[in-house]
Design a protein around this ligand. Structure first.
Ligand code: FAD
Ligand code: SF4
Length: 519
């Protein structure tokens, strides 16, 4: 169905995409609602380039429909094309052409797309493909432009997030006092990275009941995407700016004070701990990063949250989030094809079901399929760590992460997966691989208590697979990794194991990997 408000004298057609749902978007900011029309379209190219989790599809499509309703209420004429419109061409280019012929607009205005793939389309539109002039404005919802990141990175021997983050603190003034970092330190991580403190209670994120629009989208997604992964419901995410604001306030009140203390912890049956669960909202434009950080800072200044929690949270948003975006735009398009460790194994089928005896991996995958959410350490140190140690092809790992999380958009997902988690960029993003044995998971979680494997055993049928895989990973990647100073102790420990134990580790890993390949 195409819903549009009839009007005359349309000069500008403004294309707004599903991750641009902000009234302050550059393409919307200065247009005159009376002489322009806003086009939002649900296109098959976007819903199908990976098998997106069904709740991710519901989230984005419902948020788009709600945004269109808000724009109409604010006086904009909106052209909205639904996925099941029989005339829907399935592409942005096709829908722009149709909308131009419907309304006779004399120019197109849009904001830079967040993904390389769509940016290429925008280049073609600007090159004359649509037959009218096309203006593509910068996306200024970020703190650092790709150009500013590139000039920060220029000439540096190595790129490290910590130094970039300090620049962002100076630029924004967040947690700064008289030009110095508040509390006398840039980084309070040393106070944070611990297992969950005993007795800590977790409120969990705010959940939202589907309204009529969301229920309609749930039906649509159920009908069209039955083969996609993920439980169809219960759907729980917010879909409006107001919902997202309420979710943020809930986090600030209930979880921010404990954010640092449990940041790296994992607990069975506690998918969220004290994480903010705001990345889907930030990534589609329902929240903006700078005001989010200013609200968190205000909680610290009011004495309601400790400095280590607030600094840790702000570092994720103005540090990591901006940093990975800078890497993405600096390194694409070649970045997606990098595979520095030559990992070639196909993604095991249990990534789509959670059907594995490894309790930690099963818990994270099942939670992911149920909620379209896992927190950072689950993504990095359980599923990501497993894929790294087992030598899974980074391209397949990337496509899995891009599909299954509600917050997954390539600019943020790809550097996190391919760079941080799989070390496939050879250390451009992370100074060492995030590889760990079962001892790490045992220390930081309670998963091992419910597992048929023993994290203290290196080899044998009851040994935790992460252990032999860890040593085998270091051994088989000796050439690219052994000169890394941060792995020196690990290689020394491997040498000290002696030839017989090393052989047993290799054999144990190989027999586990053979089972993986045959399953
Ligand atoms: P919190 O832990 O509460 O952090 C607050 C906010 O900081 C997040 O909402 C997010 O916006 C930002 N943030 C934290 N860490 C990162 C990071 N490493 N990179 C970018 N932003 C960060 N994040 C995505 O938004 N989309 C993705 O597709 C995505 N894929 C990932 C894949 C892998 C393999 C890994 C290891 C991490 C990935 N991340 C991704 C980063 C991070 O895991 C999520 O941002 C975070 O788990 C979102 O949950 P939260 O809102 O509860 O985050
Ligand atoms: Fe995971 Fe190993 Fe612990 Fe089992 S024993 S939960 S596989 S770390």
């Amino acid at each position: 169905m195409t819903v549009s408000t009839a009007g005359t004298g349309v000069e500008t057609l403004v294309l707004v995409m599903g991750d641009q749902l902000s009234p302050a978007l550059s393409a919307l900011r200065d247009v005159d609602p009376h002489s322009s029309r806003v086009l939002l379209c649900e296109v098959a190219d976007e819903t199908g380039y990976v098998p997106h989790h069904r709740q991710k599809l519901v989230f984005i499509l419902s948020a788009m429909r709600h945004f269109a309703a808000e724009l109409r209420a604010a006086g904009y004429a909106v052209d909205y094309v639904t996925l099941d419109d029989p005339d829907n061409t399935g592409s942005f280019t096709g829908e722009l052409r149709r909308s131009l012929s419907r309304h006779g607009a004399s120019r197109v205005l849009t904001t830079e797309a967040g993904e390389w793939r769509v940016r290429q389309m925008q280049h073609a539109w600007r090159g004359g493909e649509l037959g009218v002039p096309v203006t593509v404005l910068p996306d200024d919802r970020f703190i650092c432009t790709p150009e500013a990141f590139a000039s920060w990175a220029e000439g540096r021997r190595e790129l490290r997030m910590e130094f970039f983050y300090r620049e962002m603190r100076r630029r924004t003034g967040l947690m700064m006092e008289s030009g110095q970092p508040a509390g006398g330190r840039w980084n309070f991580d040393a106070d944070n990275r611990r297992p969950a403190p005993a007795g800590m209670r977790f409120a969990g994120p705010l959940r939202f009941a589907p309204d009529a629009i969301t229920s309609e989208v749930i039906d649509l997604v159920g009908r069209r995407f039955g083969s996609h992964p993920g439980a169809p419901g219960p759907f729980w995410l917010g879909v409006t700016r107001r919902d997202a604001g309420a979710a943020l306030e809930h986090f600030l009140r209930e979880a921010l004070p404990g954010f640092g203390a449990s940041q790296d912890a994992m607990l069975a049956g506690e998918p969220f701990l004290n994480h903010a669960v705001i990345s889907p909202y930030l990534n589609v434009g329902l929240l903006d990063p700078l005001p989010v950080c200013r609200r968190a800072e205000a909680e610290w200044r009011a004495g309601r949250a400790p400095i280590e929690a607030v600094e840790g949270f702000i570092r994720q948003v103005i540090g990591w989030r901006e940093y990975v975006r800078g890497i993405y735009w600096r390194e694409m398009p070649g970045y997606r094809d990098r595979n520095s460790l030559g990992a070639r194994r196909p993604l095991p089928g249990f990534f789509w079901t959670g059907d594995t005896p490894m309790a930690c991996v099963a818990a994270v995958i099942r939670q992911t399929l149920e909620l379209a959410y896992a927190h950072h350490i689950q993504r990095l140190m359980v599923t990501g760590n497993f894929a790294l140690l087992a030598g899974i092809d980074p391209r397949e790992v990337h496509e899995w992460y891009l599909a299954v999380y509600a917050d997954a958009f390539e600019w943020v997902e790809l550097p996190n997966t391919l760079g941080m988690s799989q070390y496939a960029d050879g250390g451009l993003l992370a100074s060492k691989p995030y590889a760990a044995s079962g001892a790490y998971i045992r220390r930081m979680s309670d998963y091992c208590r419910g597992c048929e494997f023993d994290p203290r055993l290196r080899t044998g049928p009851r040994a935790c697979p992460f252990n032999a895989l860890y040593w085998d990973f270091l051994d088989r990647n000796r050439a690219p990794l052994s000169r890394n100073a941060r792995l020196r102790t690990a290689y020394l420990t491997w040498e000290r194991l002696g030839a017989a134990e090393q052989r047993a580790c290799r054999e144990s890993a190989q027999s586990f990997l053979a089972t993986l390949d045959s399953s």
